[in-house]
Design a protein around this ligand. Structure first.
Ligand SMILES: *Cc1c(COP(=O)(O)O)cnc(C)c1O
Length: 369
């Protein structure tokens, strides 16, 4: 719309500079954007793909594991990939208010991108269920923050109803352009590895991301940018496993708050991805999630949030069950940064700083010197 001023700091489409300008700039030809789309970006994407041999050794596996560290996106989760497209499209349509329901990361991302686009953002959260870092982000970016006395599924129901009024733009992954943006992570993996993986492990909550990765891999395969299609291996938390259990979960419970969802919006698309890719979906307990959360930090120096540890717990299980053949190339998505949820991390670490008198001797004693 011509009434919308151009965003001065938005990325130009083409450039020879080495500056990374975000996923729309990099993958525009695969995305629903045109020259008329005002790009709202925080230069998301281009995240590291880190080989994790120590973790594989600790599992007793004989495969190559590569971790896509999505926690180093601008708001510290993969949600930024979809949000740059959703907020850019909302702006193109002339919307002035974006709204989302969230377990925390979608709200952090929506709030940041809306601030950059000079749009109003409303986030609807389950009261008392949001990890501390994520809540701090929504408040700090200036979103109108509403806590409903219910769970995520209640929040999403309300947001969908508000979307139907036509007065607000819903930026949850029920908005298909979110999935479009998120599929760019599959492109990056293929570009970084020089091939597609044999197995792709990830956590499953609302099931948008498994849908997005499968779409991305299929598109890259169809234009011969990838030589194969991976098998998609998804993991839910035992107390919030509607797809695994085959029924809605009224009161989903898990320490992994980002996947505490009882009625996934992309349920059908996820089921299709699992079937088409000859994939696998299973549930892991909170104990397994927290053990993997700690193991990846202490073996690889990678601090991810609890939900990101669900696929790692899945890898531990699948290794024991001999489901990953020797020599396989495996990717797993570290979906969000560990600093999002410092309270769980401090509990999981299981120890606190040792308090000593301010003397060299007392410190040496603790070290054992
Ligand atoms: C959103 C999110 C998930 C779950 O992704 P879905 O697309 O809802 O399945 C997992 N981990 C983190 C850190 C997230 O923010």
């Amino acid at each position: 719309m011509s009434s919308i001023p151009a965003i001065p700091h938005s990325a130009p489409r083409a450039s020879n500079s080495a500056l990374w300008r975000g996923v729309i700039d990099r993958y525009a030809r695969y995305l629903p954007v045109s020259d008329a789309t005002p790009i709202v970006t925080l230069h998301e994407g281009n995240t590291p793909l880190i080989r994790a041999d120590n973790f594989v050794e600790a599992c007793g596996g004989q495969f190559e594991l590569w971790l896509k560290y999505e926690g180093v996106n601008p708001t510290c989760s993969f949600k930024d990939r979809g949000m740059t497209v959703a907020v850019s499209k909302a702006r193109e349509r002339g919307a002035s208010i974006v709204i989302c329901a969230s377990t925390g990361n979608t709200s952090a991302s929506a709030a940041a991108y809306a601030a950059r686009a000079k749009m109003k953002c409303v986030v609807v959260l389950p009261h008392g269920k949001i990890a501390l870092g994520k809540l701090a982000q929504a408040l700090m970016y200036g979103a109108t923050t509403i806590a409903v006395e219910g769970n995520f599924d209640d929040a999403l129901r309300i947001v969908r109803e508000l979307g139907n009024t036509g007065q607000v733009e819903v930026v949850n992954s029920v908005n298909p352009v979110r999935i479009e943006g998120q599929k760019t992570a599959a492109f990056e993996i293929c570009d970084q590895l020089g091939r597609a993986p044999d197995f792709h492990f990830l956590p499953v909550g609302n099931a948008g991301n498994i849908t997005a990765y499968w779409k991305g891999y299929k598109e890259y395969y169809s234009v011969q940018k990838a030589d194969r299609l991976p098998r998609m291996f998804g993991f839910q938390a035992a107390g919030a496993a509607p797809i695994v259990d085959g029924r809605l979960i009224e009161k989903p419970e898990t320490v992994a708050s980002a996947i505490r969802i009882g009625n996934p919006a992309s349920w059908q698309a996820a089921t299709a991805a699992l079937k088409e890719s000859k994939g696998h979906i299973d549930k892991v307990t909170d104990e397994e999630i927290l053990a993997a959360h700690k193991l990846i930090a202490q073996t690889e120096g990678i601090f991810a949030e609890p939900a990101s540890a669900a696929p790692l717990a899945g890898i531990l299980r699948c290794t024991k069950a001999r489901m990953i053949p020797a020599g396989s190339v495996v990717t797993a998505i570290m979906t969000g940064h560990g600093l999002k949820d410092p309270e769980t991390a401090i509990k999981t670490a299981g120890f606190e700083p040792t308090i000593v008198a301010p003397k060299k001797e007392t410190v040496m004693k603790v070290i054992g010197l």
